[in-house]
Unconditional design. Sequence first.
Length: 328
Amino acid sequence: MKSVKDETKQGPLKVGFVLSRSFTLSAFALFVDTLRLASDEADKSGRVLADWQVLGSTRHLITSSCGVQVAPTSDFIDPREFHYIVVVGGLLNADVTIDSQTSDYLKRAAAQKIPLIGVCTGTFILARLGLMKTHQTCVSWLHYQAYREQFPDNPVRSDRLFNLDRNRGSCAGGSSSADMAAFLVRRHISKDAERNALEVLQIERARSGLDIQPRKPLAIQCQDPRLKAVLIAMESHIEDVIPTEDLAASVGLSRRQLERLFTEEMKTSPGAVYTRIRMERAKQLVLQTQAPLIEIALEVGFDSASHFARLFRRLYGQSPTELRRAHA
């Protein structure tokens, strides 16, 4: 294997990490370990081609969502010391995820045009500071609805693994943290450095920002990545149903091309699949809540409770009320 130093760009890649309270350990570990392994040959771990710091307003230990604690390695030094500042989020139910000094530091970094990257729910932290309003944000499908509810005016999608939009980056978290870190390594260091890191991590290939999150709504099987993206969009828009033309345009297809893809791979139409996804959500609400049927109908995009009930009976063999009573 060629040395990772052969194609190095001038100066090491420098990354600062801001860890929220209850941050996700796997997202942080995969991101920083990709940098570590790209920074030197094999598994030597020298900070040759990349360097990193865990930044904090104090040196107190920061507890992750799994209970493991990490100590900051640096105070809030000049943001211009870093190529990127990465904010690693975690549990959304934490009352306070970062303190006021950290908020001020991130705002200062943004004012100095230092690229900020939200990993996992780190995007929520940046959005709360008003730093994602004009930037396309990528979040996990698991957090998509929460993001839309909290930041309805911010552009967001839940089908891609990560995104870098000018001076803002976002990443769904989990294993895709390594993919985003590998993207930065390839951009600032070299392809050889990227390959070295991924091989040691036993990752076969780096997925790009265009790769689709590994999510199969209703366990629907399909191979075409455009169909996977459309299925995730359907699942993310239960109440505000997206027209077929807009679904097709979101993946660069015409309506007719999308319908042909659905027919070839799933032997049915986009509309039929969309209806199935919405009705499965309705079934969950019927069984897991005591919400009135009209509220459930509206929740899954129906204006009429009677129309919803008729379709429900046709699909499941009994009315919503009968199903709820049977499982009481």
